[in-house]
Write a protein that binds this ligand. Structure first.
Ligand code: BGC
Ligand code: BGC
Length: 678
């Protein structure tokens, strides 16, 4: 069986002509994705605003591409399940975390899956080599294949490879999804999926918890950078490309299982609150938040992760129903109407948030349709309590059998039964976890030029350059959250074994002796230089810690006054200032933009930020080497309190080019730090 699209290109035989054709095909698909793909929700759905969910599935457009079951695989599943004990079945449905379980325990309890959380490494060795990862994978695999089950079932390991294999020392980190959204290039996304899959397989892991398909509506959310765009059509097209890239043919040595997450409405929470309440009607849920799932299902995605958030259809009250307990959306819609036959996994300890549940006990989620439960630490109690639920009749055996069948289906399809992923990893080169050229292409394409007064850019290679700003020489700041650690914090440059900072890139281009770096700009006379390049940045953050909580403003300087101070030290002195901003969202930045001749939104470029220099500077022959091509994936706020793009300074889709200049006058600077109202 092959799941490759016509646009799919095997990474090994890469060829530019083919790539161009594929890109064109993908662009056509992207254009198509908008209109006919979404049949408008039916009148019934449009009317479903009364707060009473009409539990019908008809208003959901059917998934475009349903694949027939493989009779051989289905027969094997039935045989294996028929020979399993209840304890073994619940063990299969359990996903534990590598810090809380040993291979021996996984063997004893017939554990179906493990994960490494953000910032968890083999033996908690932060600089573990791919071989150490693969060795641990091999140990878990061997343990799972030596259980007392009638048919041993291989364990599957999942990891948050969300912008490259980001937990692994020495791996190339690609731009976070927000930057990829700016690139508007589905073929690039496909190739990043391929490269990420290869990196993950080089460590003996076969399941990536990516891509995130949130269609973020309020950029207060700290996970905005995990979203490609506020545009459902773009998310849909990218979902397909990413999943095809990650999964390849499903069972090759460089293929991994992908995860469409977080189902459903994670990007729609009220005021962008993490794990919050998505207050919207069914029609909007379909039209906006479900679009990525159509793309992922079309690409045969094998797993779906449920969202921590709730869906509040009527928009009334504190909170709607937790997605983890939403039987209608998980079972009736996703598995029924949309025909998803892979496995549904819960999010990290998410079951405890369902009313009446604890972190070790929640029959509601299994009855709602969750097949595998992520119980990172308390997996043992979970198994005992869930076994008791089934014995008591609180969960039907048929539901358990369905869950286990889905887990086995994914494991069989992915070839896990055939050989240890550690064996194929051992055959791969250590360099499989890197792809600098691809990351550099992605970085160049992700940059969005918002201002270029008096043609401050492009820069001559002969320039004497003053570099300022805390982001210029910092791998942690250019990489953001989900980088080496969960939040991306507690890292230093030495935790990144590969890549190039912007400062290093500038030095490479103009020669180190033409470059002076001063983080604050204080005490350096900018008039000694031809240009100042300022690299400003948010501090790294991820889920739970990254929200801009209402009523705080979206002003970058309100949160990072040192960045405004750095610009104040160098601007207005007759020397052009080029500002590069690293951020996980679009922010209010009128003050920063006014103090800059040119302003570049660079998002979170990952390890290869040095590639930015190849766009800012002309080539050795004096010509532009790479024009800007990125376009805003989200609207850029006009006011400090606009986090939803309703009033845009620059609309989504905006982006200047060298070949297409535009004038921009002084922007108004209100009191950006005052709290927001309403
Ligand atoms: C996140 C998921 C992630 C999981 C495993 C959760 O907290 O929401 O996106 O895949 O943790 O690390
Ligand atoms: C883990 C993450 C996880 C988070 C959720 C962290 O300790 O490393 O992967 O998403 O907890 O609370």
């Amino acid at each position: 069986m092959t799941t490759n699209s016509p646009g799919a290109i095997p990474a090994t035989t890469f060829n530019w002509k083919q790539a161009r054709r594929a890109a064109l095909a993908a662009c056509a698909a992207l254009a198509l994705a908008t209109a006919p793909a979404v049949a408008p929700p039916t009148a019934e759905a449009q009317n479903a605003t009364s707060g009473v969910t009409s539990r019908t599935v008809d208003m959901w457009p059917a998934a475009p591409h349903r694949r027939p079951a493989d009779p051989y695989i289905e027969a094997r599943i039935a045989t294996i399940v028929s020979r399993m004990t209840l304890e073994q079945k619940i063990g299969q449905m359990t996903q534990a975390e590598i810090r809380s379980i040993t291979p021996e325990q996984a063997r004893e309890f017939h554990i179906g899956s493990i994960l490494n959380g953000g910032g968890a490494w083999p033996a908690m060795h932060k600089h573990a080599a791919p071989a150490e990862w693969a060795a641990l994978s091999g140990a878990f695999y061997a343990a799972s294949m030596s259980t007392d089950m009638a048919t041993p079932v291989p364990i599957i390991w999942g990891t948050d490879a969300v912008h490259g294999h980001n937990n692994v020392f020495g791996a190339t980190l690609f731009p976070h999804n927000i930057g990829l959204g700016a690139a508007r290039d589905p073929d690039l996304i496909y190739r990043i999926g391929r490269a990420t899959a290869r990196a993950v397989r080089a460590t003996g892991i076969t399941w990536a918890f990516a891509p995130t398909l949130a269609v973020v509506q309020d950029q207060r959310w700290g996970r905005t950078y995990e979203s490609f765009s506020s545009d459902p059509a773009l998310v849909r097209a990218y979902a397909g490309s990413y999943v095809r890239g990650l999964q390849g043919a499903l069972n090759g040595d460089t293929d991994v299982i992908a995860t469409a997450k977080h189902f459903l409405g994670d990007g729609g929470t009220w005021r962008g609150v993490d794990q919050g309440d998505t207050r919207t009607g069914l029609a909007d849920l379909i039209r906006t938040h479900a679009q990525g799932y159509y793309g992922a299902l079309d690409a045969n995605v094998q797993t779906v992760m449920i969202s921590y958030s709730s869906w509040n259809e009527s928009g009334v009250g504190e909170r709607g129903a937790r997605m983890h307990a939403n039987r209608y959306l998980i079972t009736d819609v996703l598995k029924g109407r949309l025909g998803f036959d892979g496995l549904v996994v819960s999010d990290w300890n998410a079951i405890e948030q369902v009313p009446g549940c604890t972190r070790t006990h929640c029959p509601e989620v299994i009855n709602a349709g969750v097949d595998m439960v992520m119980v990172p630490d308390d997996w043992r109690a979970f198994i005992d309590e869930t076994v008791a639920d089934v014995r008591r009749g609180d969960i039907a055996v048929s539901r358990i059998d369905d869950a286990v069948s889905r887990i086995l289906r994914v494991k069989l399809r992915s070839g896990l039964f055939d050989s240890s992923p550690a064996a194929s990893a051992a055959a791969m080169e250590a360099a499989s976890i890197t792809d600098a050229p691809l990351a550099r292409e992605a970085v160049r394409k992700s940059l969005v030029l918002l201002k270029n007064a008096n043609r401050a850019l492009p820069l001559a290679r002969e320039s004497r350059v003053l570099v300022i700003g805390k982001g210029a020489d910092s791998f942690p700041l250019q990489s953001g959250g989900w980088s080496r650690t969960w939040q991306g914090t507690e890292n230093v440059n030495e935790d990144y074994a590969t890549g190039e900072t912007l400062l290093a890139g500038i030095r490479r281009v103009v020669g180190a002796d033409h470059v002076r770096y001063s983080e604050t700009g204080a005490g350096v006379d900018p008039r000694q230089f031809d240009v100042v390049i300022a690299a400003l940045a948010e501090q790294p953050y991820a889920e739970m810690k990254g929200d801009v909580t209402f009523p705080a403003t979206m002003s970058h300087s309100a949160r990072y006054p040192e960045d405004l101070a750095a610009l104040d030290a160098v601007s207005g002195q007759g020397v052009p200032v080029v500002t590069v901003l690293y951020s996980g969202r679009t922010v209010y930045a009128n003050d920063l933009i006014n103090r800059s001749g040119a302003f570049v939104a660079a998002w979170l470029p990952g390890t290869e930020a040095g590639a930015i220099a190849d766009v800012l500077f002309r080539g050795p022959d004096g010509r532009v080497q790479h024009d800007f091509s990125g376009r805003l994936p989200f609207a850029w706020p006009r006011t400090a309190c606009d986090s939803t793009g309703r009033a845009a300074r620059f609309p989504a889709g905006f982006g200047l080019r060298y070949s297409r200049p535009q004038r921009l006058g002084a922007l108004p600077e209100g009191s950006a730090a005052a709290p927001c109202s309403q």
